[in-house]
Design a protein around this ligand. Structure first.
Ligand SMILES: [Zn+2]
Length: 82
């Protein structure tokens, strides 16, 4: 199943779980966080004065050329190279 689809199913559950059930809330929050990393995100662009670098949202180092990583080697975020 597409991670976006799984997310759309789990997210409303998080809102429905009672505050007292902290274990379930934490488990769902962690699952949602893991799913977010599966959904490809475009890297941020940063011009260092010489070249345009691509940096993950986690602030991880610039990805080198060529763009070989499908996932950020620092945080595991899926990368959308478009
Ligand atoms: Zn990252």
């Amino acid at each position: 199943m597409d991670p976006r689809m799984v997310r759309s199913i789990l997210k409303p559950m998080w809102h429905k779980v009672k505050m007292e059930d902290s274990k379930t809330r934490i488990a769902l929050a962690e699952a949602l966080e893991a799913l977010d990393k599966q959904i490809p995100k475009k890297p941020n662009r940063f011009f260092n004065g010489i070249e345009s670098l691509k940096i993950c949202g986690c602030g991880g180092d610039a990805y080198g050329y060529p763009s070989v990583f499908n996932y950020c080697p620092y945080c595991g975020q899926a990368i959308d190279w478009e």
